[in-house]
Design a protein around this ligand. Structure first.
Ligand code: FES
Length: 345
């Protein structure tokens, strides 16, 4: 039995089978709703059920609080329809829907840019390119159906190689291999692009970009894309880590700011050891951004890092700095089990 789902305010309509995840049904029928993890963990697919009955499924409490449940919100990557539904939700333009491909890729270059961070460049077959939006991610396909998600660090126009920034998670099936036996010319398979964390080019608002650790990867893609597009939108980039080594491409970010008057770059360390001789900003990266931008009512914010950092940024940017919630875009890195990309929105 199929139910009719109406998305508001777009009034786009699609059908969902009773046992079908609502997000899956929407994407299958060309209604592009935002999503990140598709696992009930990030909140990117949150929508408000205005009428009808839903089964909330495996929505995790960290992504959908009890108060949000009471207010009618659901995570559309987990929810199933039990009746016809009207759902208030943000919709991406269908034109933005890109084909998702499964492709082989050769490991072109491995560069250890920090003791626990590898910069990986992947080369696609000669006849293939991956079309994606700046900030999206791919999934590396492993044995037995396992996948590991990593954000693309290169801008879409610069697609001769795909660049990933991968932190070693000891005990992680993929990253243990990457940091031990993997070699240049090895072949991987991946699937992508995925995710709704990408630069919104229909806005002229100034951007606040906040990265934690290897969350710098999609921020780099967005900044390099904006530079390539000769965007005139002001960009304030905050990159946080514990120590200096966590800011593994610091000269690159400094060079963006030096070369472009519209770009401001602020590195922030939370636990710099004395040996770092750190003279810059200290503390939590999102707190440093809030200190400098106490009024975000006219901004867009792009945030990528740990789930805790993303959650704090969402709470404080919206709750204290008047950032409209619809202008907050995020990916959170779920570091357990190797996953280093989207579980949030
Ligand atoms: S919670 Fe639905 S996409 Fe992450």
């Amino acid at each position: 039995m199929a139910f009719q789902i109406t998305i508001l305010p777009s009034q786009h309509v699609f059908q969902a089978e009773a046992d079908e995840i609502i997000l899956d049904a929407a994407l299958r029928q060309g209604v592009v709703l935002p999503y990140g993890c598709r696992d009930g963990a990030c909140g990117a697919c949150r929508g408000r059920v205005l009428s009808g009955q839903v089964d909330l499924g495996q929505a995790q409490i960290k992504a959908l609080s009890n108060a949000e449940r009471s207010a009618g919100f659901a995570l559309l990557c987990c929810a199933r329809a039990h009746s016809d539904l009207s759902i208030e939700g943000r919709e991406l333009l269908s034109a933005q829907a890109l084909p998702v491909k499964t492709l082989p890729a050769r490991v072109q270059k491995l560069t250890r840019v920090a003791p626990d961070v590898m910069l990986v460049e992947l080369k696609l077959p000669a006849s293939e390119r991956l079309q994606f939006f700046a900030g999206q991610y791919i999934e590396i396909l492993l044995k037995e159906g396992r996948r590991r998600a990593f954000s693309l660090a290169n801008a879409p126009h610069d697609d001769s190689c795909l660049q990933l920034h991968i932190r070693h998670m000891p005990g992680g099936q993929f990253t243990d291999r990457l940091f031990s036996t993997m070699q240049e010319r090895d072949i991987l398979r991946f699937n992508g692009p995925h995710g709704s964390f990408f630069l919104r080019e229909d806005s002229t608002k100034p951007m606040l970009l906040v990265a934690g650790g290897t969350g710098f990867a999609p921020i780099k893609a967005i900044v390099e894309h904006a530079i390539a597009e000769q965007s005139t939108r002001p960009m304030a980039i905050y990159w946080g880590g514990r120590g200096r080594a966590d800011l593994y491409l610091l000269p690159l970010a400094e060079q963006w700011a030096a070369a472009h008057s519209g770009i401001r770059f602020v590195p922030v360390l939370s636990e710099a050891p004395e040996s770092d001789h750190w003279q810059g900003r200290s503390g939590f990266v999102h707190a440093a951004a809030m200190h400098d931008y106490p009024d975000l009512s006219g901004h867009q914010a792009y945030v990528c890092g740990s789930p805790a950092m993303v959650a704090a940024a969402r709470r404080d940017f919206v709750g204290q700095c008047q950032l409209p919630e619809t202008e907050f875009f995020a990916d959170s890195f779920e570091l357990a089990n190797d996953h280093q990309s989207p579980t949030a929105g």
